[in-house]
Design a protein around this ligand. Structure first.
Ligand SMILES: [Mg+2]
Length: 122
């Protein structure tokens, strides 16, 4: 399977929607959030348990699916999701060492650190 040339995000979203529809499941926010939290916990456990990368990737894919369920419950469609994914990619690409710094386990905006240093809210 040539995974490099496929639109995996769109396929996953549409495949998940078809899967839900096949079972007559219309995503509701409460159930979707519960499922998302469960899958997030499983991903964290898989990562903390060791180095079984296939298992970690499997759990990460479950997180993606359940995140999409949360989106579906609130009417986010696949095109809006993809638009926002590219927005994040472009935002991250624009971040430089001039604008951001890695500190305390996170890449942060330098300006937010200055505000924090001044005692203001970031
Ligand atoms: Mg799972």
């Amino acid at each position: 399977m040539d995974t490099q040339q496929r639109d995996s995000l769109r396929e996953l979203f549409l495949g998940t929607a078809a899967f839900y529809e096949r079972f007559g499941y219309v995503p509701q926010l409460g159930d979707s959030v519960t499922n998302f939290r469960e899958e997030t916990r499983e991903l964290i456990e898989a990562a903390e348990d060791g180095d079984d990368v296939r298992h970690i990737a499997e759990e990460a894919a479950d997180v993606f699916v359940t995140a999409m369920g949360v989106c579906m419950a609130r009417g986010v469609d696949v095109d809006l999701l993809i638009e926002q994914v590219y927005a994040v990619i472009h935002k991250n690409d624009a971040k430089t060492h001039e604008t951001h710094i890695y500190t305390e386990g996170k890449i942060r905006r330098r300006s937010s650190l200055k505000r924090s240093d001044d005692g203001a809210e970031p």
